[in-house]
Design a protein. Structure first.
Length: 168
């Protein structure tokens, strides 16, 4: 084997290793922040449940002022979680951008197949997700909408509870 052929093989191996490292890095980034987002939402639900329970107990014991404070604290915490979720979603999208490029330029080059509806599929998963769920009527099924909706509804509920505690 000539040294020129050997260098070509070493270069190809180096490119393959670099591609694999990029994919591994992007996947780990995406996976970490996606798991973090779900974990934070779970903590939000636990914190909201605890505050709602404390609110109800305060009102039951005739401590309307404490109920109002707990309720407004719950609304504040819900707003903080909305902001944290927005930041976490942005970090997830950074990983998706890199994964989308790797899908397009490396993983799915020349790929073609049929989906369950027998339509030709020639792009990566993230590309298809963006195209197929990017339509307005599909966006309500995505985490970015549903998590924020729950957090905002909880904030509104806590605000209503605080107003009820103060003015009844």
């Amino acid at each position: 084997m000539s040294s020129e052929n050997h260098r070509g093989t070493a270069s190809e191996d180096s490119d393959t290793n670099l591609s694999h490292e990029r994919l591994d890095y992007a996947w780990k980034w995406f996976d970490y922040h996606a798991r973090q987002r779900v974990s934070m939402f779970n903590f939000f639900l636990i914190a909201s449940g605890l505050l709602a329970t404390a609110y109800v107990n305060a009102l039951k014991d005739g401590q309307d002022d404490l109920g109002a404070v707990l309720s407004f604290l719950g609304a504040l915490i819900a707003v903080v979680f909305v902001v944290l979720d927005c930041r976490n979603a942005m970090l997830i999208h950074l990983g998706e951008d890199v994964l989308r490029r790797i899908e397009r330029d490396e993983l799915f080059v020349g790929f073609s197949g049929l989906n369950e509806k027998l339509k030709e599929v020639s792009k990566g998963i993230l590309y298809r997700d963006a195209v197929e769920t990017g339509r307005c009527w599909h966006c309500w099924k995505k985490h970015k909408f549903l998590l924020k909706l729950v957090e905002i509804l909880v904030a509104i509920s806590f605000l209503a509870g605080g107003a009820h505690a103060l003015w009844t």
